[in-house]
Ligand binder design. Structure first.
Ligand SMILES: C[S@@+](CC[C@H](N)C(=O)[O-])C[C@H]1O[C@@H](n2cnc3c(N)ncnc32)[C@H](O)[C@@H]1O
Length: 250
């Protein structure tokens, strides 16, 4: 059986594994939540897109305790982990690539904030444009999308910038973890799939789509957001190609 304590321990291990790819992960969470707080509403309705086990959702709710956070993911194992660790959050299983994904959320008012970290790069350009359009349809005018992800510059337009942005990120990662590298993605998944407490969740995961395509570039996100009806679009925080992109629902 998966206990609350065991789930929290697995999430500590998840966070460490994710940091191995993103030494600035906590700083980016903080910048994102600073922006969410500065948006001004104490009790926003928030969607966390591709929430995983809820690392961002939990931090956001700590800072904005009156928020209602709906944490969305397609992966039943990560959702099961999040549900066991964070009973204060609402987790919903839905695939952002499938048209009509917002129907599963049972929304009773327009969304104030959509947030996401290290998730939307899994979704190809066409599905992403459709998902942004559906998202805009459930958001209030002036609502914000805050997306922290590796959002590359277009090497065809700015080849030097694209190369240097990646280098800044890669060098920082090498420097921070030179002595004590964390386990990687594969090893974390092998370990959790081998834990008997996850037998059912592993089987449920094996039955859903967890594939992903080539990550859209920053310019493709901006184009897709504008096409979906977002007006102001630009980065609020950046280190190399690791950006926090903000878009305002027009
Ligand atoms: C690298 S994890 C990041 C999780 C979490 N946001 C974090 O920062 O720890 C990427 C997440 O995006 C989710 N994801 C990817 N594609 C998705 C889709 N089409 N619909 C819903 N969730 C998706 C994955 O299941 C996974 O949980």
């Amino acid at each position: 059986m998966l206990t609350h304590e065991a789930a929290l321990e697995w999430i500590v291990r998840w966070d460490r594994q994710q940091e191995g790819y993103l030494p600035d992960r906590e700083a980016r969470f903080t910048a994102l939540i600073d922006a969410a707080e500065a948006a001004g509403r104490a009790d926003p309705l928030v969607l966390d897109l591709g929430c995983g086990p809820g690392s961002l959702s939990a931090r956001l709710l700590d800072r904005l305790p009156k928020a209602k956070v709906i944490s969305i993911d397609a992966d039943p194992l990560l959702l099961g982990l999040g549900r066991a660790a964070y009973p204060q959050l609402t987790f919903v299983q839905t695939d952002l690539r499938v048209p009509g994904w917002t129907r599963a959320l049972d929304l009773d008012r327009p969304v104030d904030l959509a947030v996401s970290t290290t998730a939307l790069h899994w979704i190809g350009e066409e599905d992403l444009t459709r998902a942004y359009t559906e998202l805009a349809g459930v958001m209030r005018p002036g609502g914000l999308l805050l997306n922290g992800d590796h959002l590359d510059a277009d090497p065809a337009l700015t080849p030097v910038l694209a190369r240097l942005e990646r280098a800044v990120h890669d060098k920082e990662t090498e420097r921070v973890f030179a002595e004590n590298p964390p386990e990687d993605w594969r090893s974390w998944w092998d370990a959790i799939n081998a834990d008997p407490a996850f037998v059912n969740l592993s089987a449920a995961r094996a039955a859903v789509r967890t594939d992903h395509t080539e990550s859209p570039m920053l310019s493709q996100h901006v184009t897709a957001l504008r096409a979906a009806g977002f007006s102001e679009v630009g980065p609020l925080w950046q280190r190399g190609n690791n950006r926090l992109l903000c878009a305002v629902r027009g």
